[in-house]
Ligand binder design. Structure first.
Ligand code: ZN
Length: 454
């Protein structure tokens, strides 16, 4: 299967920042075969299965989302004025009603929306496993297969309930042993470490205020034994900082360090409240960060020092975070938010439009340990491409297509390809019926909220 896209602007996001005002991208099988200026080789065009007329469009690498909670699609629009702890304590009782069907519908909707907004690879952090909920993690994997996105789910966990000083209700947490057994089973069932993989599992105890030290340490050992990456929330709010100081006598970053949770196989969601030396420690250990500017704003958590992290060489990607703390849930909007938030914190030089595109593509690929395969348009890399239409009313006249994409409103998507396969065409999902996904999400949301008496 060969696809040629030509006549479009191309932002390769390679190490040199190569761009072509009028260029082409050729995909052969699941890989990129050629990228360059002008039209593609006529001999290749003549025998291509598909030739896409890219005039009026910008081709970029598919976006990589490094933090999400897909199940939260079923609890959007709730706890609208709360900070993180207030928001969590409002939502925990609702999440007790989650089951395989609700999670599957929520995940399919969230994944469909990510595809429609330019994302080709996404993580998911699922940490709620109600006792009678069925195979909720498997439901997210099946949804990713249906929509056709490259998927990096993580088996999350919580084992520190309220009676032992944690934030979640006891009824929503697992025992430490059950969490570890579930994590091992998920790795056995789903993790595919092969090159070109569409499905890689990570291990992700939830946060310092919902997980015991024992689970943090043992989950890390288990993940490292299996060659899986580690993920958790860290340094998200000042409440979490207070919790760590009173419970462990140190900051969240020092706590993670003490537990062996900094390293080249770890990525942390948020990293908003960092102290002197923390950024250096993250950089020195190779620890990566999923920057979630919209969620941090929605919950009033704070402005992450993302420009400083980048200056010091921390691998940073973007994350939409769960749909209940970011109802928009699109990575394209997250690029826009990343620029705005960085400049609010440090002024107009803090981040360029191209910096934000790099965070959302090659930055995310680094965070997931896949920069050799993903994140830029270069021959040999996987054929994950977003083709944005930037000649409509919202963008016409903005002569810099990257500025149109990042600083302007989110453009329509002419095409989205994952491993060379078309997932979106003319702003419409082709792998699934998006109206059906929406209807299933409505039903799931109503069922879940009815269970919690809302
Ligand atoms: Zn999160």
């Amino acid at each position: 299967m060969t696809t040629v896209i030509q006549g479009c602007a191309v932002a390769t996001v390679d190490a040199a920042g190569t761009e072509h005002p009028d260029g082409h991208v050729v995909l052969d099988g699941d890989r990129i075969a050629a990228v360059g200026p002008g039209p593609a080789d006529p001999a290749v065009v003549a025998v291509a299965d598909t030739v896409v007329d890219g005039r009026g469009c910008l081709a970029t690498p598919g976006l990589v989302n490094t933090h999400h909670h897909l199940y939260q699609w079923a609890t959007r629009g709730l706890a609208q004025q709360e900070d993180l702890f207030g928001w969590l304590t409002t939502l925990y009782p609702v999440w007790e009603g989650l089951d395989e069907e609700v999670v599957g519908a929520a995940a399919a909707a969230g994944l469909g929306w990510l595809a429609l907004t330019g994302c080709t690879s996404t993580t998911d952090h699922h940490y709620v496993f109600p006792r009678d909920g069925g195979d909720v993690l498997g439901a997210t994997v099946r949804a990713a297969r249906e929509v056709g996105l490259r998927f990096h789910p993580t088996r999350g966990s919580m084992d520190l309930g309220r009676s032992r000083g944690g934030l979640p209700p006891d009824s929503l947490v697992e025992t430490t042993d059950a969490a570890l057994a579930g994590t091992l089973a998920a790795l056995d069932e789903h993790h595919d470490p092969a090159p070109g993989s569409m499905l890689r599992m990570g291990v992700a105890p939830c946060s310092p205020f919902s997980v015991t030290e024992a689970l943090m340490r043992e989950a890390a050992a288990l993940a490292r034994d299996r060659g899986a990456r580690l993920h958790t929330h860290l340094a998200e709010t000042l409440d979490e900082e207070d919790f760590c100081r009173s419970s462990f006598g140190c900051s969240p970053t020092e706590y993670a360090d003490r537990l062996g949770w900094l390293g080249g196989d770890v990525w942390l969601a948020h990293a908003v409240h960092l102290h002197d030396g923390d950024v250096r420690r993250l950089a020195g250990t190779g620890t990566a960060v999923a920057h979630c500017p919209t969620s941090n704003a929605r919950l009033g958590s704070g402005l992450a020092p993302v420009a400083e992290m980048r200056r010091q060489g921390v691998a940073v990607g973007l994350g939409v975070d769960g749909s209940a703390s970011n109802e928009e849930s699109s990575l394209a909007t997250e690029m826009h938010a990343a620029v705005m938030v960085a400049r609010l914190r440090e002024g107009p030089a803090a981040m360029t439009a191209r910096d934000a595109l790099a965070l959302a593509t090659v930055g995310g690929a680094r965070v997931l340990g896949r920069e050799d395969e993903l994140g830029s348009l270069e021959p040999g890399k996987l054929g994950d491409v977003a083709l944005w239409r930037v000649d409509g009313l919202g963008h016409a006249g903005c002569e810099d297509p990257v500025a149109a994409l990042v600083l302007g409103s989110r453009p329509p998507l002419a095409r989205l390809l994952v491993g060379g396969a078309t997932v979106v065409e003319d702003d419409t999902l082709v792998t699934a019926d998006q109206h059906d996904l929406a209807q299933r999400a409505v039903t799931a949301t109503r069922d879940l909220q009815a269970r919690s008496g809302r």
